[in-house]
Write a protein that binds this ligand. Sequence first.
Ligand code: NAD
Length: 319
Amino acid sequence: MLILPEAMIASLVSPEDAFRAVTDCFVAMARDEAHNFPVVREALGGGRQYGFKSGLDRTGAMLGVKAGGYFPGNAAKGLINHQSSVFLFDPETGRPQAMVGGNLLTALRTAAASAISIDRLANPDARVLGIVGAGHQAGFQLSAAARVRRFERVIAWNLHPEMLPKLGAVAAELGLPFEAVDLPRLREADVIITITSSPAASLMAAHVSSGTHLACMGTDTKGKQEVDPALVAAARVFTDEVAQSISIGETQHAIAAGTLDASAITPLGDVLIGRDPGRRSIDEITLFDGTGVGLQDLAVAAVAVALARKRGVGVDVNV
Ligand code: NAD
């Protein structure tokens, strides 16, 4: 079994690798060659959450699980609040193959999913990127989005405005002008990424112009919510996996309110394989509900393992 500690991941997996791996994963899901197992998520008390995301991808011969969660006291200890590890197993024998640090991989695979949705669903001439959120994931989201459209500027809102300068620094690194704005000014954006841990909607229908693509990435648990359910109901909705979207994703609220039917939600993989046309007009609002599936985690972990084996790095142990 190969052990790849967290510190090794940055030198192994690039955002481009993650984009390719997550694209392949969504394609395999659309072709019914890969499926996610039901998510387990439990509250540990004190705001801590722990859970498992797992699945089997027959095309890539990947079987495994990501174990991890949210530990809100970590930031004060100089640690990232989200902590996870990915375990890969041989799908034929069940023997363990690898244990891979999952923190950076989670950020890369989440940003990749969002970028794939922008690449496929945003209007081609999108110029203004809006971001709601400025936590750990936000910078990864911004960088990945900038790879798929020629944005000219970035506008952002965060409930805690003191967090915005860090996101502004990421924009500056990319050479993009950055401005902190109030929510109504997000109407200037052609693409909006939401990436918060909010329990109630911040982005309302009045804050979004026609033709905008929304990548809603923060809601990955029951009870979280970033977007006005009226906006969700008015948009053409895409997701990584419909079952996760309606149970733990952003659409859970519109589904519960009866304003959206699960049959109206399209897996992004269907767009990737040409089964669905994606955006149908420059004026419609498209919304990608990125809930984060276990197969994404296995896909990027498998890339890390393949590259590590090629370069002869990592810790090999007999188990
Ligand atoms: P973080 O803790 O670093 O940042 C949290 C963000 O949410 C900050 O911008 C904060 O200001 C904002 N926020 C907190 N409370 C809020 C409230 N009441 N209203 C509005 N905004 C609020 O978290 P992170 O690592 O950046 O992750 C952000 C979210 O993305 C989390 O909910 C996380 O679970 C989720 N996430 C989703 C995926 C996926 O695949 N979809 C993957 C990783 C993380």
